[in-house]
Design a protein around this ligand. Structure first.
Ligand code: URA
Length: 253
């Protein structure tokens, strides 16, 4: 059984309006609880049992929501931005769009980075996934320009000293393919890191004299990008995916 909460709080959380707008709607008899017009917006309701409608349309409530987005390039990992579209803008106006208004991206991908981004309003899970103490694995696919040193995997395996002197933790480099010409060599790689410093992947390659030309996140902890999602597409997480992430968040402190 779900817990009880104030009617105005519930309606505000799903973006119906401000408390005073909600009061006004109630005064006009537009809000009904179990079929009866309700004027007292501070009354308690049980979101799992009570049927709430506005203008006879059901109000859908969710306490927490979880989405994976295949972030495209050119979109910022933020809830608001004055110049670019945000990852939250991409979740709007779909049949499976969030009902809540308090979602945020868990961590950031650069403007030009693609791939897996978790978007939720579960602050505790976000905190656990981002906590530097937890060392949650993040896997990235990248196209890298420049010649990788022969011992690149070894260097990543020991941790890299960035150009500003910061040491990173050990990371795992898999070289998928090396290509290009002698003058302009390149490689496709997968890198697994266990922390999330600012521009970390790009700066790790920079420290080896290379440049990341394309970057895509493949996974974060147990959560893997659903490859059926094209850049810009999203879907809700399954219950199993949420539980797996939670399990991960509880361990290793
Ligand atoms: N590392 C980067 O350099 N950029 C990202 O977007 C993510 C990890």
């Amino acid at each position: 059984m779900g817990k009880e909460m104030r009617l105005d709080k519930l309606l505000a959380e799903v973006g119906v309006g401000t408390r005073s707008q909600i009061k006004d709607m109630a005064k006009k008899g537009r809000i009904r609880v179990n079929g009866a017009a309700e004027k007292k917006t501070d009354r308690k309701v049980n979101p799992e049992q009570d049927e709430i409608t506005i203008d006879h349309l059901p109000v859908v409530y969710a306490e927490t929501e979880y989405y994976m987005l295949n972030k495209p390039q050119g979109v910022v990992s933020a809830t608001e931005d004055s110049i670019h579209k945000t990852v939250l803008d991409l979740l709007k106006n779909g049949p499976d769009s969030p009902v809540r208004t308090d979602l945020f991206p868990v961590g950031r991908l650069d403007l030009d980075t693609e791939g897996l981004l978790l978007i939720t309003n579960d602050g505790e899970l976000a905190h656990n996934l981002l906590s530097p103490k937890r060392h949650v694995d993040k896997r990235y696919y990248a196209k890298v320009e420049g010649e990788l040193p022969l011992d690149a995997a070894e260097q990543f395996g020991k941790g890299i000293t960035l150009l500003d002197g910061t040491r990173t933790m050990a990371a795992r480099l898999e070289i998928l393919e090396e290509y290009g010409t002698e003058e302009s060599p390149g490689a496709e790689i997968v890198l697994t890191i266990h922390e999330g410093k600012f521009h970390q992947v790009k700066r790790m390659f920079e420290a080896l004299g290379c440049k990341v030309a394309f970057l895509k996140r493949l996974s974060m902890g147990s959560l893997m990008l659903d490859e059926s999602l094209s850049p810009g597409e999203f879907r809700r997480l399954s219950r199993e995916e949420v539980e797996a992430l939670r399990g991960l968040g509880e361990s290793r402190e």
